[in-house]
Design a binder for this molecule. Structure first.
Ligand code: UDP
Length: 240
């Protein structure tokens, strides 16, 4: 049961895309509520959980760059988008009776605490969910890299990389290739060498250099976050 996860500290990365539901853009409250329910279940079982959320449901800097925008400025738009997702998750977690704090890498005192790693760890010890927003606060980085960095800094034992619509890492795109094969486990170097679409290379190499295991799994299946925390084989483990 979830008691198996008690006392553990994990970092959960949620893609922004998931928050949009079928809509593609913006936040679908039903989806966020379902995610919050899953997280609440795990936290009630005694697992300490920090969360990093992407912003792909609002803006991706690289996509705006292609359309002619300055990359750094559009990356800041991307980072600000992640904060809206953080507030949505915070709201639904609080409705589940879970205490939360949002900490952002770009300070915005009215809506969130600044990112203070020691304080984040104190929150976690008290059973609060800490939601990290605004990525690293730096253009040219991704929220996957942020997730790896935050996991390392707060001493999480694993990075849970939750995806919407795909249940692990495949040797080719399962949406276009019906013969695509899912890996149960993978070495970091294999991910980099084969350019597998797990996370960007910066995030993967940061995990590799610091031996942080990554579990890639499907987010929206009810109970999957708890399964990933318990170490059930529901997706792909990237490690060595
Ligand atoms: N971003 C950034 N620095 C960071 C994190 C994010 O510049 O440290 C920007 C970047 O433009 C990125 C966008 O925020 O495209 C949204 O994050 P991401 O694409 O990682 O979201 P996801 O794909 O996980 O939804």
């Amino acid at each position: 049961d979830t008691a198996e996860g008690a006392g553990r500290r994990v970092l959960l990365k949620l893609s922004g895309e998931a928050f949009a539901g079928g809509g593609g853009v913006g936040v679908d409250p039903d989806v966020v509520q379902a995610i919050a329910r899953q997280i609440a279940e795990v936290v009630r079982g005694g697992t300490q959980m920090a969360v990093v959320i992407g912003g792909g449901n609002f803006f991706r800097g690289a996509e705006l760059q292609v359309r002619g925008m300055d990359r750094a400025r559009s990356d800041y738009m991307g980072m600000l988008g992640t904060v809206m997702n953080c507030l949505a998750l915070q709201d639904f977690l609080e409705k589940q009776g879970i205490d939360t704090r949002v900490q952002t890498a770009i300070t915005m005192g009215q809506v969130a605490e600044p990112y203070i790693p020691l304080r984040a760890q104190r929150h976690l010890e008290k059973g609060r969910v800490v939601i990290f927003g605004a990525g690293m606060g730096m253009p040219y980085f991704s929220t996957d890299t942020t997730a790896a960095q935050r996991a390392l800094e707060i001493h999480a034992e694993v990075l849970l990389l939750a995806k919407s619509g795909v249940d692990g890492v495949y040797d080719s795109d399962p949406k276009t290739n019906p013969d695509a094969v899912r890996f149960d486990s993978l070495d970091y170097s294999e991910v980099l060498k084969r350019n597998l679409k797990v996370a960007d290379a910066t995030a993967i190499s940061l995990c590799m250099d610091n031996d942080l295991p990554i579990v890639v799994f499907e987010l929206l299946t009810e109970g999957n976050i708890a399964r990933a925390v318990r170490g059930e084989k529901i997706g792909t483990v990237v490690g060595r």
